[in-house]
Design a protein around this ligand. Structure first.
Ligand code: TTP
Ligand code: MG
Length: 579
């Protein structure tokens, strides 16, 4: 947890001021019972009105000072902790942005949401409690013992019995509650995950009339969360009555022993009253220390989860310096002979490290600049996995991928991805206008550029048919687009940046054949000199490619152009005939 303290650094002034002001409040609190004792002993008992008046003024002054201290402390503690929480959340968000696909596969969206919101909140609360309560409680605890001892060393013997009792009770409570809080956080995670999955797939849920099933699933997650929460609350609930019982027992003892002493004249009545107040303060401080410990344990579970995210390194390691080889991608404006070339050298790849079967096995091929490469294969053959290696969404487990004749691992990611345009198999659009979606990768694109890209993707016409054209809002509260329309906007988005290498992963699967043919022609015109990879299910989509790679079970089983493959590859002929 100490690791997270560095996020408190910018707020160290406030984090220092808060406890200092708290010291003021506690000292004033500790003074009050003594002033009270003085009023009773020297004022009331002796009938000295002047003394009562003087002491009352002192008491009011002390109360005002204490109040100012307390308010100041609260103010600075809140400032420090809220600032801390905000910075921490930002740091987490930045971290998640650096994650490669591999890390994103590992942390589900639900758990990241919980970690960024609730977990940060827990730690933020702890910082506040720490700055206020911990200091207050420990000072009150020791201060009151000392003050009580000063009044009557003999009566202070009650501490010898009551403190160990309290201690044992608190220990028992904490050892039960700490594991509970850990479980509670995990249950909350589950609730968030189920909710998020449901929301992402709400259309499927409806289409399959699975709402009832989903309700049960959510209810179960929610109830588990409730049960653990209830258990923790129950534990806390017995805390107070038992503490009060112990406290009252102490007071009875003090009155019994102290009362006798007062009767015999060994102890002034005012001092007895003050003593009781100090004992109450001590034991209350102990309860609140116990609560703080509980909060610490709860926040510890959260901070572990936060640190886990912060400490997960991105599996994509950026190269230290840009390569200086020929065809260096840092000068895309001056393409060398290798610009746009893609080469796979004995590539193996699997999603789980050390997993059983790799998804790609010994894949080698060379795509020359400007070539159009079709990729064909049955579902699950590894086509998407193969192309995802080019913009380095994943790294191969063995072998190497070269772009422009340079290993992708030695090209800065941003540069690589600005050259390799990919239209992912699943078209993802963001809430906002169509224009914003198309220029997502190039925010400064002009309207002409946007339109040209949309025309090439055969999207311009249907966009124009909307009353608001390119300003049409899509997503959350805007119009909903058809699958084929979404695909075409995704293609336009990739085309806008005029990438040297363009990958279309099954990107026209939802587009009719005629439109698809028009897109192909437009692409050819627009991307003169660019290397294109087209993954498709239909042979007609790739028949005119320079070369077609036929993938089966993670291997390239045949390659060549349509005519060659018809002669040489049985698999290809099979696919052709089946269509
Ligand atoms: P893909 O490369 O996704 O197969 P594909 O693109 O050829 O299939 P489709 O035509 O349906 O798009 O998957 C290859 C294998 O890798 C498959 O067995 C599933 C597995 N896989 C994972 O284990 N984790 C993943 O995240 C993905 C995407 C695939
Ligand atoms: Mg795929």
């Amino acid at each position: 947890m100490v690791k997270l303290l560095r996020y408190l650094k910018p707020y160290r002034a406030a984090a220092l001021a808060a406890p200092l002001l708290m010291v003021l409040e506690v000292v004033m609190d500790l003074l009050q019972p003594s002033l009270m004792a003085s009023i009773v002993n020297d004022g009331v008992m002796k009938g000295d009105l002047g003394h009562i008046g003087l002491m009352s003024i002192w008491m009011i002054l002390a109360a005002v000072c204490g109040l100012l201290g307390g308010m100041g402390c609260a103010y600075y503690a809140i400032r420090a902790s809220v600032g801390f929480g905000t910075d921490l959340r930002n740091a987490l968000f930045r971290k998640v942005q650096t994650f490669a696909f591999r890390e994103l596969d590992r942390f589900s969206g639900g758990t990241l949401v919980t970690r960024l919101t609730n977990d940060v909140m827990q730690v933020q609360m702890l910082v506040q409690i720490f700055l206020r309560m911990l200091i207050r409680s420990s000072m009150l605890f020791f201060g009151s013992i000392v003050m009580a001892f000063l009044i009557s060393p003999k009566l202070s013997l009650v501490f010898a019995v009551s403190l160990p009792l309290f201690f044992i009770f608190l220990y028992a409570l904490l050892s039960k509650s700490i594991p509970l809080y850990r479980t509670l956080q995990a249950k909350l995670d589950r609730v968030n995950s189920v909710l998020q999955e449901n929301l992402n797939g709400i259309r499927v849920v409806k289409a399959f009339v699975r709402a009832a099933f989903e309700k049960v699933r959510f209810k179960r997650a929610n109830e588990e969360n409730y049960e653990v929460g209830l258990k923790a609350a129950r534990l806390l609930a017995i805390n107070n009555p038992i503490m009060t019982l112990l406290l009252n027992a102490c007071i009875v003892c003090i009155l019994w022993i102290g009362g006798a002493q007062t009767w015999e004249g060994g102890l002034a009545i005012g001092s007895l009253a003050a003593f009781i107040t100090y004992v109450t303060q001590t034991l209350n401080a102990m309860v609140s220390l116990g609560n703080t410990l509980m909060n610490i344990s709860r926040a510890k579970a959260s901070s572990d989860r936060i640190i886990e995210v912060l400490d997960t390194p991105s599996s994509m390691v950026e190269p230290a310096t840009a390569p200086l080889t020929a065809g260096t991608p840092s000068a895309p404006s001056a393409p060398s002979a290798l610009y746009g070339q893609v080469e796979f050298r004995h590539v193996f790849f699997g999603y789980e490290e050390g997993g059983e079967e790799p998804v790609l096995k010994d894949v080698s091929f060379l795509a020359k600049p400007g070539e159009t490469i079709g990729i064909l294969g049955s579902t699950g053959a590894g086509k998407s996995s193969l192309v995802n290696l080019m913009p380095r969404l994943y790294d191969p487990t063995e072998g190497s991928v070269l772009v422009n004749g340079v290993d992708v691992k030695s090209i800065p990611l941003e540069e690589l991805r600005s050259q390799v345009g990919i239209v992912l198999q699943q078209a993802v659009l963001f809430g906002g206008t169509i224009r914003d979606n198309i220029r997502y990768g190039k925010p400064d694109a002009s309207q002409d550029e946007i339109e040209a890209a949309a025309r090439a993707a055969e999207a311009h016409d249907f966009i124009q048919s909307f009353p608001e054209g390119y300003d049409t809002q899509i997503g959350q509260r805007g119009v909903t687009l058809s699958g084929g329309q979404k695909q075409r906007i995704s293609i336009a988005r990739a085309l806008l940046a005029r990438p040297g290498i363009l990958i279309l992963d099954d990107s026209t699967s939802a587009v009719d054949l005629r439109t698809e043919a028009r897109i192909r022609t437009a692409l050819r015109d627009r991307l003169q000199g660019s290397t294109c990879f087209i993954i498709a299910q239909r042979i007609s989509s790739v028949a005119d490619a320079d070369r077609i790679l036929v993938i089966e079970d993670g291997r390239i089983v045949a390659q060549g152009n349509h005519a060659e493959l018809m002669v040489s590859s049985e698999v290809y002929r099979d696919i052709y005939e089946s269509q």
